[in-house]
Ligand binder design. Sequence first.
Ligand code: AMP
Ligand code: ZN
Length: 669
Amino acid sequence: MVEKKTKKRVKKLREKIRKHEYKYYVLDNPEIADYEYDKLMKELENLEEKFPELKTEDSPTQRVGGEPRDEFKRVEHSTQVLSLDNAFGKDELKDFDDRIKRNLSTDNYEYIVEHKIDGLSAILRYEDSTLNIGATRGNGRVGEDVTHNLKTINSIPLKLRKENIDLELRGEVFIKKDGFKELNKNREEAEKKSFANPRNAAAGSIRQLDPKIAAKRPLSFIAYDLVEFEDSKKNINSHLQALEFLKELGFNINWYQKCNDISEVIEVCEKWVEKREDIDFEIDGMVIKINQLSLREKLGSTSKNPRWAIAYKFPAQQKTTKVKDIEVTVGRTGALTPNAVLEPVFLDGSTVSRASLHNEDEVKRKDVRINDTVLVQKAGDVIPEVVKVIKEKRTGNEKEFEMPNKCPVCGEEVFREEDEAITRCTNISCPAQRKESILHFVSRDAMDIEGVGPSIIAQLLNNDLIEDYADLYYLKKNDLIDLKRMAEKSSKNVIEAIKASKDRDLNRLIYALGIRHVGSNASRILTENYYSIENLKSADKDELVKINEIGPVMAESIVNFFKNENNLTVLKKLREADVKMEKNKSEKEKPQYLKEKSFVFTGALDHYTRREASALVRKYGGEVKSSVSSKTSYLVVGDNSGSKYEQAQDLDVDILNEDEFMELLKGGH
Ligand code: AMP
Ligand code: ZN
């Protein structure tokens, strides 16, 4: 039995710690020194250690705890997380206001203008005043459960400052400018790749299975919307009241300003274009929201955006600098890309010293010459681009660029198809392509093989020790020892790193394959839908484009990749080397009830979208086909089913309704 006195002390300590966390992280007005805070924490930790029965999920000690997870769980959002429509410039803000006026037939409304914080959104659910689930936005309907990481953020209360509250709110997870600089400095010192910008760093921290990583990152959280809250007293009628309520509950809330009409809104937005530099985190615009909640409801939303809000996007920051040279690089598809080598300039939070000029036509169109003075900006995220040449600054020393007619890497002919903008190296065994594709394979977001860098890859290729990335798995220690800068020990490490990568998650492998147009996000989506390389290989174009995020170009590229004999040989080598080609082990061990069964769907289901239903079938080992044949095991019939129903009857295929299908998924057959 724990003594009453101890219980009381634990309660008291938790209250104290919460209060000080609130003062420090939210009010930015600490009352005690760090040292004293640490002392309170230590005392609480000791007591919880001694009396484990006193431990609770919402205790301040539980921010960083817990074991790494095996995989992310899905979270269905209670209300779809829509994205915001964008307004570039004041005319588009006026259009937005006109639409609102027309829709409401009144001009009796107010706007709240907020910062558009450049991080990633998080959706938090509290039950009985305790943080229950924190999720990412995902596709808007379903996100990923990242509670373990969000808990490590000190400005997210584990317990609200009022009792008996159930609610859902949204906010932004981000990293402040100085925290970001520090983080990158530390990474550089540790010889790790630095992050491109604070947003990537924040997103990368939240998408980790092990909370210890997020705990080490300087993450912050600001709440900007209350989504669900039973307000029996009807105290909250406006966004302002909602924000103030969130503040009382213990959240950092977004900066805001109330505006009575669109001209005030425009004034505020334009003022912040310059002033954004003064805040200690990155904002990429302003968000304008209707204040009155009843009017929001009246306005509703389109399938993509709420009609009552819009994001004003800041114009990209631009600076002038000099083009020192124009260099041509060869990518892994053989494409030759001209790049402007720039006098370094500091732009939107990082130093820019190169800008892509994309292709020959682009260089001609912009008329960029070596020694020109140019205006550069960061387009969207990270890729800096040359906006235009400042022709007045020309001195006559400028040199025009000419696309080489030989590959700068292998010296073979290059070729440009008539209606194509891209010039390519025609040599299928051009080391640039091989080297780039292997470099991509080992890169951090792909198979993450440490110690295999550009120099080793070049040597392995030159010595004919490898031809493609699959060959890495067949290297022996002795193959490496003779290479430059390799010794017994480092060879062993490299071999071990390669071996360790055999177990990477399927989404990394899909990304690593280097299928054109398939980035790491698309790879995740493909993983969620297909569960194995084998499944993905048999997907056809029609089926792929049914997935929301996959467009026709990507679908075609995927199908082509798996048609290519060369690629199939490489895949075979990977498989024979025992590289994992299915989703996580835990998935693999899931009972394969549906093995060797094939399914066709017709009509709409109530509980699942077509895509979700297909994913479930594949998860349990089954296959999904688009048309009925005599080999089909089951036809699953929803509302408004089509001609497939008759076909199935003719062919004597088993027909399931939705309930029967769900039974089958449970393994109840
Ligand atoms: P977008 O991704 O361009 O559709 O913009 C919507 C995103 O802006 C949301 O998902 C949030 O992550 C982010 N955001 C940042 N600040 C705010 C804010 N004050 N209100 C709403 N969304 C915001
Ligand atoms: Zn070449």
